[in-house]
Design a protein around this ligand. Structure first.
Ligand code: 5GP
Ligand code: ZN
Length: 123
């Protein structure tokens, strides 16, 4: 997509801090982080919204969701349990879809927020 900022990031036409890349996916730091760790995980191929996904996207969506806990672990945000079963750490994943869903960039992306709280208000 010619005018898509995340396609341009995926094509390395505009700079970003890339933290993961494979044939299908890219992950980079959000330019305006709402938490100590705030990554955006995207498919390299343009998909505008989650509403544009059908059965042909199941594999891609699985890979996208699977990447979140891998990067959470890498960035020190994995959920862990102590010996008494008390959890600590953790992260939030979010996909905004459409105007009512608060989507601003129309290239499918999964937000991954983590790190010690407090985070910015609405998150
Ligand atoms: P949305 O509201 O669409 O779910 O989230 C879009 C996110 O993309 C926002 O958190 C915003 O800070 C981030 N963003 C917008 N433009 C850029 C950019 O050029 N580079 C990076 N790294 N993040 C961006
Ligand atoms: Zn795009």
């Amino acid at each position: 997509m010619d005018n898509c900022i995340f396609c341009k990031i995926a094509a390395k036409q505009i700079p970003s801090t890339i933290v993961y890349e494979d044939d299908d996916l890219l992950a980079f730091k959000d330019i305006n982080p709402a938490a100590p760790v705030h990554l955006l995980l995207i498919p390299k191929r343009h998909v505008a919204t989650l509403s544009d996904c059908d059965d042909s996207h199941v594999d891609l969506l699985g890979k996208l969701l699977r990447l979140a806990p891998r990067l959470a672990a890498e960035f020190g945000c994995a959920v862990s349990m102590d010996a008494d079963g008390v959890p600590s750490g953790g992260f939030k994943t979010l996909i905004n879809s459409g105007p009512d869903g608060g989507q601003e960039v129309y290239h499918l992306h999964l937000h991954m927020y983590g790190g010690p709280r407090p985070w910015r208000n609405q998150h």
